[in-house]
Ligand binder design. Structure first.
Ligand code: LLP
Length: 426
């Protein structure tokens, strides 16, 4: 459930009409709902806490989904931890008030500087994804003479069924340690004087809409953990990753957090460990919309109508990159029967097409439309391609709203790029 709804004909975020935000900030603009973020986080937490088998569950929000400082801070206040994949994300999470002890660091290519940063900050655990990485963490920890908590991220060799570009758990993907190597690496960590094995981790993909692949992955992780325990190696924590799909309009409905929690509790019954979950999309996606203005409508000789918007693929890349479907709603609906529109952005690429032949109520130049379910992997994936400044972000709370990232400016873009000295630069 989200808090975007039509009131007196106008699409609102909580108690604020989207049109009012555009009057104040201009278009395009990303708009986030505090109530929705909070609701999604609470529902996820309640689902987990219903199961004593899950120990003291930590929800390490995957900040890559939406790393705006105010979004992270909203969740941090409710007790969220953070799943991070770069030094930048660790810094963001700390700056937004996530305690270091609730931060997990994942990713296949952590640099030495990032590993040192994580250890210095005293984060909860580093999810190690390969043997060379384990050696690097060990070397840095030894040099610092301070032990490093490491979990081994396992590649359970499972096809999760989402878009191929966001699959992470298949053997062919670049992520995680092969099941066959995991036990040896865990034992290696246990023997090392400066490594503290903190548990096992897996994450098999994103926008997962069925429990079956998750169940398989969890079972493989459990089996591995039981094997380690039998060999006298404790597994104090299981990090079960993120990946639970969010409901996108007219797309396959994913299971909810309670189905995920039930599954985890069933598979890990009696494991006597703590559990980490790393939801990103399911928390943030439906908490955000991208509001854009129709620049013009033009009609092709074949009758096709093209609505050209002021938002482009640089602002919301998911349709271009993953053929993702985002519901498009007029902010104020004009009377008249829906008819098909191609909805495109202004960027000079054919891929800058948000939807083809999408049935929409009548649109005219100047109208505002909202891309729904854009709170996750929206603003964070934006770029300045075509020298288009980044879109501002606004956070709504009840009847109030605040600009939580101002619109970028072209002057700022140019100022960031000093001319080389031989071209007249200083
Ligand atoms: N944990 C790890 C280690 C991850 O790599 C990810 C996402 C998550 C958690 C959070 O997954 P979620 O709950 O959000 O599915 N840009 C793509 C999605 C990429 C997901 C990458 N990893 C998209 O727009 O669909």
């Amino acid at each position: 459930m989200d808090h975007f709804e039509r009131r007196a004909g106008a699409l609102c975020c909580e108690d604020v009409p989207l049109g009012r935000i555009v009057e104040a900030v201009g278009a395009p603009v990303y708009v986030y709902s505090t109530a929705t973020l909070e609701r999604h986080f609470r529902v996820f937490g309640e689902a987990l806490r219903a199961h004593p088998a899950l120990g003291r569950p930590l929800i390490a929000y995957a900040v890559k989904a939406n790393s705006n400082q105010s979004v992270i801070a909203t969740l941090a206040r409710l007790g969220a931890g953070a799943d991070t994949v770069s030094g930048g994300e660790i810094a963001r999470a700390l700056a937004a008030g996530v305690p270091a002890q609730k931060i997990v660091f994942s990713g296949v290519g952590k640099t030495q500087a990032e590993i040192a940063q994580a250890l210095l900050a005293g984060i909860l655990q580093i999810n190690v994804e390969s043997e060379p990485e384990l050696e690097t963490v060990a070397a840095i920890a030894a040099e610092r003479r301070e032990s490093a908590r490491v979990a081994i991220r396992v590649n359970p060799d499972i096809v999760a069924g989402g878009h191929a570009k966001v699959e992470t758990g298949a053997a062919a993907s670049k992520f995680g340690v092969a099941l066959a190597d995991a036990e040896r690496l865990y034992a290696l960590a246990a023997r090392h004087p400066w490594l503290e094995p903190a548990g096992l981790a897996c994450h098999i993909g994103s926008q997962i809409t069925g429990l079956a692949p998750l169940e398989k992955a969890f079972r493989r992780l459990r089996q591995l953990g039981d094997g380690l325990a039998a060999a006298g190696l404790a597994v104090p924590r299981y990090d079960l990753g993120g990946g639970l799909g969010a409901p996108y309009f007219q797309q396959p409905d994913p299971p909810g957090p309670s189905a995920l929690a039930d599954l985890a509790a069933r598979v890990f019954a009696g494991a006597q460990a703590d559990f980490i979950f790393e939801p990103g999309r399911v928390i943030a996606a439906n908490a955000g919309a991208l509001v854009s203005r129709v620049i013009l409508i033009h009609q092709r000789p074949d009758g096709r109508r093209i609505a050209v918007l002021d938002a482009g693929m640089n602002d919301l890349v998911r349709p271009a990159l993953y053929d993702a479907y985002h519901d498009i709603r007029p902010v104020i609906t004009r009377a008249g029967a829906p008819s098909p529109y191609d909805v495109v952005g202004p960027v000079c690429e054919s891929g800058d097409t948000f939807a083809r032949e999408r049935p929409l109520p009548p649109l005219a130049a100047g109208d505002l439309v909202a891309f729904m379910t854009a709170g996750a992997y929206g603003a964070v994936m934006a770029s300045e391609y075509n020298s288009r400044p980044l879109v501002p972000e606004v956070l709504v709370r009840g009847a109030s709203f605040a600009v939580v990232r101002p619109r970028g400016a072209v002057e700022e873009m140019i100022a960031r790029e000093p001319l080389a000295p031989w071209l007249g630069g200083g």
